[in-house]
Design a protein around this ligand. Structure first.
Ligand code: CTP
Ligand code: CA
Length: 225
């Protein structure tokens, strides 16, 4: 019955969602990553498919099963994720960047396992490409939605990202509270767009995903008469 509410809101809309963490290789056995579970992105993919969208889920390493009627593309690094994302542009009408993309990667990946040597070590890091911003600045630009993970000044930082990345909407997520957000089952967010914002109280990620899909569909894919 829950599915009926959202049904067909995104009928036939081609969409791409990124989810989960990325892993940035240090050597063949080690990497830099983060605690993202992928739950929010997978919940969005399921909710969007329920709403009739044709969904490609570009996923970093997670332990989650692929939602029904969703095409999953597995990636490891931020660079892999960008390539897989770019391959969907052209057809893509709605992009949601939900992945916790590593901001930096090791400048060099060692070909062999690095042997320990000395009491300290350094790894030089270089900036990764910004996937959601690349999408938003692309000539075949879809409606572009991002997330903002913040531990302080949530709305101010999120509005800054909305503007700097040229997004249509950003979902601001307070990750200082471990009961919600990163790796939790629940989430509480504020959806922010240029002319307004909407706080969505704490609830399960599946329920929240359905609300976000409905909001995005209403804002950007409903014929306005
Ligand atoms: N993002 C991305 N590519 C990156 C980094 C982030 O696509 N290399 C996307 C995330 O998927 C999210 C949004 O940008 O939709 C915001 O991510 P966040 O980590 O909150 O912001 P950053 O711009 O990376 O800024 P910072 O981590 O410094 O706060
Ligand atoms: Ca970041």
């Amino acid at each position: 019955a829950a599915k009926v509410f959202n049904s067909r809101l995104l009928d036939g809309i081609h969409m791409t969602i990124t989810a989960g963490p990325t892993r940035e290789a240090i050597d063949p056995v080690r990497y830099i990553s983060n605690h993202s579970s992928g739950k929010m992105g997978y919940a969005l993919a399921a909710a969007a498919a329920d709403a009739g969208a044709i969904v490609t889920l570009i996923s970093g390493p997670t332990n989650l099963p692929c939602p029904e009627r969703v095409t999953r593309v597995d990636v490891i690094s931020a660079q892999n994720m960008l390539e897989a994302t770019e391959a969907t542009l052209g057809k893509c009408q709605l992009f949601i960047g939900c992945a916790a993309v590593a901001d930096y990667r090791p400048a060099n990946t060692a070909e062999q396992k690095i042997k320990k040597d000395g009491d300290t070590m350094r790894i030089d890091l270089v900036r990764n490409p910004d996937i959601v911003s690349t999408v938003a600045h692309h000539s075949a630009r879809p409606i572009t939605v991002g997330f903002a993970a913040e531990t302080q000044d949530l709305i101010r930082y999120a509005r800054g990202k909305l503007e700097n990345k040229k997004l249509d909407l950003i979902v601001a997520n307070d990750v200082s509270n471990t009961a919600i957000g990163f790796n939790a089952n629940d989430n509480a967010v504020t959806a922010i767009w240029k002319e307004g914002q909407l706080a969505i109280a704490q609830m399960g990620k599946n329920q929240l995903a359905a609300q976000l899909v409905a909001l995005i569909a209403k804002q950007f894919f409903t014929a306005k008469n």
